[in-house]
Design a binder for this molecule. Structure first.
Ligand SMILES: *Cc1c(COP(=O)(O)O)cnc(C)c1O
Length: 393
């Protein structure tokens, strides 16, 4: 538990860290080993069978006709973009406050990232923010769900159909979510998911695409399996062992979400005791995974976000900035449409992720919050100490 009395007790200033084992913001959930083996072993005799089962189970889970598995979310995104982009056009309209490699994916396809603002309430691309960037050269609209809750699915569908451009979703952060129209996985031309160990459904690593369109599913599978495109052929198949891991975790998913919920409820109960930090709340009127803990450092939070994160990291609390820096503000060596997005820049400096996932206990949550409370109460001292240690260095 928290045993710090003065700022000299902070690990950033040389004291022992609060935790022996790092507390991650990744999920890292592990299935029962026997269950993993029960899926993996039959696969040794019939290569590809586990992956086929995985695709059938995930199509069922998302209430959709087709699921195409991939070796990663990254390649699932890239291949889906290639399959969907309107020929002869060049721009992919996408948010800048998002997954750090999203522009790299677009660049690989040979298309141009065209960054748009996000809605300050959802932190996501919306019909309003995207519409300012849609034009005659729009090849594709890329809706991306934010880390907490979903983007405006209906608005983006309406916008895409009004401008007659294809719409796909990055739904990596919304595996478990539903919206008014049903389960995430059913919307747009296709939706993309990841099985990375840090995400809700852990398959070690991997990805998949859901779609209701038979010919798109066939095209995605062909591209995945080595059909040649302008950028060259790739082999982006999911490994059977990874499919087995994901299947074993899928069986446990509802229980996992219950565990996530208890951590979230603890944050929701205790964080209000620390002024200046606001927890982003999950929309409980629909299914939600309660996975990530995102907080906003409000104007009255007394420390810079970077220093706050440095303090937590030194204690082995692996807190991180939420999607920072914004993609459009990073140096880019590949062609893109330059953008000036003040709202995105402002938002990219306010939010942080706190520990979550299967290796974080309720006591750990209490200790993190106690530490934040301590830092807040001693903010003046912390700033002075940080300034003087900087001078010495
Ligand atoms: C992690 C992530 C990806 C990429 O998935 P990988 O399987 O790691 O390649 C794509 N989009 C978002 C929003 C992500 O968080």
């Amino acid at each position: 538990m928290m045993n710090k009395r003065s700022v000299a007790d902070l690990a950033l200033f040389g004291a022992a860290p609060l935790f022996d084992v790092p507390k991650s913001t990744s999920n890292l959930v592990q299935p029962a080993f026997e269950r993993f083996l029960s899926y993996a072993c039959p696969g040794l005799e019939a290569p590809g069978a586990v992956t086929k089962l995985f695709e059938a189970r995930l199509a069922q889970f998302h209430d959709v006709e087709y699921c195409v598995s991939f070796c990663s979310g990254f390649w699932a995104l890239a291949v889906t973009m290639v399959a969907l982009a309107r020929p002869g056009r060049h721009e992919v309209v996408m948010p800048s406050l998002t997954y750090r490699r999203m522009a790299d994916v677009v660049a690989w396809t040979g298309l141009l990232p065209r960054f748009c603002e996000v809605d300050p309430h959802t932190l996501a691309i919306s019909a309003e923010t995207a519409s300012e960037c849609i034009g005659d050269d729009t090849a594709l609209l890329l809706g991306v769900h934010p880390i907490v809750n979903c983007c405006d699915v209906d608005g983006l569908i309406e916008l895409a159909s009004r401008h007659d451009v294809p719409l796909m979703f990055d739904a990596v952060e919304s595996v478990y979510e539903t919206v008014e129209g049903g389960k995430i996985g059913r919307f747009g031309a296709a939706e993309v998911f990841s099985l990375h160990a840090s995400k809700l459904l852990n398959g070690f690593e991997g990805g998949y695409v859901t779609t209701r369109d038979a010919s798109l599913a066939a095209k995605l599978a062909a591209l995945r399996d080595g059909a040649t495109v302008a950028r060259g052929a790739i082999d982006a198949r999911l490994d059977d062992t990874h499919a087995a891991m994901a299947l074993a975790n899928l069986d446990d998913l509802d229980a996992q979400v219950e565990r996530n919920r208890s951590r979230y409820l603890r944050y929701r109960e205790m964080l209000p005791t620390v002024p200046g930090i606001r927890l982003l709340s999950f929309d409980e009127s629909h299914a939600t995974s309660y996975k990530n803990i995102v907080v906003e450092l409000m104007d009255d939070w007394p420390l810079p976000r970077s220093l706050t994160i440095d303090i937590l990291n030194a204690e082995r609390i692996l807190a991180r900035a939420y999607y920072w820096p914004a993609l459009h503000s990073k140096p880019m060596t590949y062609p893109h449409v330059p953008a000036d997005l003040p709202q995105t820049v402002r938002l990219s400096e306010r939010f942080a992720l706190l520990p979550c996932g299967d290796f974080v206990t309720l006591d750990d949550v209490d200790a993190c919050i106690a530490l934040l409370s301590f830092v807040r109460r001693h903010a003046t001292d912390v700033l002075a100490h940080a300034a003087s240690t900087k001078e010495v260095a």
